[in-house]
Design a protein around this ligand. Structure first.
Ligand SMILES: [Cu+2]
Length: 373
């Protein structure tokens, strides 16, 4: 009797596949090592390596079994019902994967942001968690259905597949239900976004300006008049890096600061300008982000509600500081674009302000601001 050469090729295929997979895993090994080195504080130890090793081992055993059972079949012995094995493995995969997702959540939760440090951020967080829980529910439901159907409706001896061309009622529901859910989410998002961006700034709002350049930030506060002076990019020079109009009386008492300091519970109007390319002012703890575009001034209006000291207590991290970062990859030293942000009490703010220096290079700190206020 002639052996079917194709069958022999088939026997070897799982082994070739497993070799390929092992090769891929060996190639990916350093990637997982780098990922661990880059992890914020704690790595995952040997966990990922162990998981990869277990998957590889399972693959090798299965491939071996498959080869062995295929060779037995040529002798007329049927060792396994592979349809059933595959279907059961599908459900096994579902359970393991869901446990992995849960483990990831528990493990990585500590890297998520603490409570919002701004008034509008609370509503933004609420919107995100509604979206998140809906997504999680749909994810679990669809995955459980997908994998359990693979088991329930696997090929069986004597069972004929049902030919099912279409079902308009079913199509109607799977189109209309997601459409309604998405419309609700989008309208909810639009409402929150309008509430954040379409508000009239309060009269007593504190104004300050952030100027982005490759690769850093400059921050300017108004002087005693509470108004920022005008600017013109053509005035940018070695001594006037932000291009402020010296002839504008509102700008002559402006202050150049090295850290952003904000009084708690006072509305802030943050004005944004860029010198060269597009940047993005990102203050994650305040849920603040706005593009900073050359030639197109933008702004963001918000109210900080938690002081740095309070946030240190909330997080239990006494080295905690708020931070401004650039959130657009704007060039080679993009990572360098960060600035410290302090949220303090009113008194601390006034005393901090009095120690800042005038933009137009007056030698003494702006002490006279205190008396003017
Ligand atoms: Cu940037």
């Amino acid at each position: 009797m002639m052996r079917n050469p194709l069958r022999w090729t088939g026997c070897w295929m799982p082994s070739a596949g497993s070799l390929g997979l092992l090769g891929m895993m060996t190639a990916l090994w350093p990637v997982s090592a780098v990922a661990q080195a880059a992890a914020p504080t704690e790595g995952f130890g040997d966990g990922p390596k162990l998981v990869i090793a277990l998957i590889a081992l399972a693959w090798v055993i299965l491939a071996g079994l498959k080869t062995f059972s295929a060779s037995m079949r040529t002798k007329g012995v049927r060792l396994f019902n592979w349809n059933k094995v595959n279907a059961v493995l599908m459900v096994f995969f579902l359970v393991v994967f869901m446990l992995f997702v849960l483990w990831q959540f528990l493990k990585l939760m500590k890297f998520t942001l603490p409570i919002s440090a701004s008034a509008h951020g609370v509503e933004l967080d609420g919107m995100l968690s509604v979206t998140f829980w809906i997504t999680i529910a749909v994810f679990i439901l669809t995955q459980v259905l997908l994998f359990s159907f693979a088991l329930a409706y696997r090929q069986k001896e004597g069972r004929k597949a049902l030919f099912y061309a279409d079902n308009h009622q079913l199509e109607f529901y799977w189109t209309v239900v997601p459409a309604i859910v998405l419309t609700v989410l989008v309208l909810y998002g639009t409402k929150v976004w309008r509430e954040i961006t379409q508000v009239q700034p309060a009269k007593d709002a504190l104004k300050f300006e952030l100027f982005a350049y490759q690769f850093g930030w400059q921050a300017r506060y108004p002087g005693a008049d509470g108004e920022l002076g005008g600017h013109d990019f053509r005035l940018i020079s070695a001594t006037n890096s932000m291009g402020i109009e010296e002839t504008d009386s509102a700008g002559r008492d402006d202050l150049l600061v090295s850290e952003i300091t904000l009084p708690v519970n006072r509305p802030v109007l943050m004005k944004l300008r860029a010198r060269d390319v597009i940047h993005s002012a990102y203050m994650p703890h305040f849920r603040v982000q706005m593009n900073v575009v050359p030639g197109m001034p933008t702004q963001f209006y918000f109210t900080p509600t938690v002081t740095t000291k309070q946030m240190q207590e909330i997080t239990g991290n006494y080295n905690f500081v708020y931070e401004l970062a650039c959130n657009k990859i704007c060039g080679a030293a993009h990572f360098n674009m960060r600035m410290k942000v302090n949220v303090v009490t009113d008194q601390e703010y006034t005393s901090w302000l009095s120690k800042q220096r005038y933009y137009f290079r007056r030698p003494e700190p702006a002490q006279d601001l205190l008396s003017a206020r």
